[in-house]
Design a protein around this ligand. Structure first.
Ligand code: HEC
Length: 161
């Protein structure tokens, strides 16, 4: 729906006039431009944030980041048709264990499950000829602009929903 509206608008813009030559660029309808490597880069951020949040025992943020990881994996699977099913199911178990660890607010259970998740990331990379992309347990957070410490009153907005 949106695409055709955009396209119609582009055509209309061209019809309005050659006086606006820069609009002609809009003649080609936009192509879907999500690249798997970009989805993976976002996934890398979430993998890191998930770890950092759990280290700070910010379980609410950890739960949120876990959802982002799941969504990123779902996007990746949608984009990449040749992914062996076993690689997807390998990730499933660790994701469920992380869910459980967050619900139980258990640091040790989280650490174990996160290690398994990371091994799952690497198993898929190896199986698709990307064994040179090696994920590790984060040693530090690159996100100096985000606090991972639980804050007072956190979660008020969410419980209102
Ligand atoms: C089912 C397969 C699969 C799983 C699972 C997977 N990846 Fe990937 N990943 C890929 C593929 C394929 C590429 C290479 C994409 C390309 O070359 O376009 C990739 C590339 C990457 C890259 C490189 C991106 C860049 O531009 O530098 C990172 C980082 C990455 N993955 C992180 C992760 C993390 C973190 C996880 C686990 C939470 C994960 N991946 C799980 C298949 C997978």
């Amino acid at each position: 729906m949106r695409k055709s509206t955009g396209y119609a608008a582009a055509v209309a813009a061209i019809a309005i006039g050659s006086a606006l030559p820069f609009m002609v660029v809009a003649q080609t309808p936009p192509k879907p431009s999500v690249r798997l490597a970009d989805v993976m880069s976002a996934l890398q951020s979430r993998h890191s944030k998930l770890w950092t949040a759990a280290q700070q025992r910010n379980w609410e943020l950890a739960a949120y980041e876990l959802e982002q990881v799941k969504a990123g994996l779902a996007d990746a699977i949608g984009l990449y048709n040749d992914i062996p099913v076993t690689n997807v199911t390998m990730i499933d178990g660790p994701l469920k264990s992380i869910d459980g660890a967050i619900a139980a607010r258990s640091g040790p259970a989280f650490t174990k499950a996160f290690g398994e998740l990371t091994a799952g990331c690497n198993a898929c990379h190896q199986s698709v000829g990307r064994g040179f992309i090696v994920m590790t347990i984060p040693t530090m957070s690159p996100f100096g602009n985000q606090s991972f410490v639980p804050s007072v009153g956190q979660g008020k907005d969410i419980s209102r929903r």
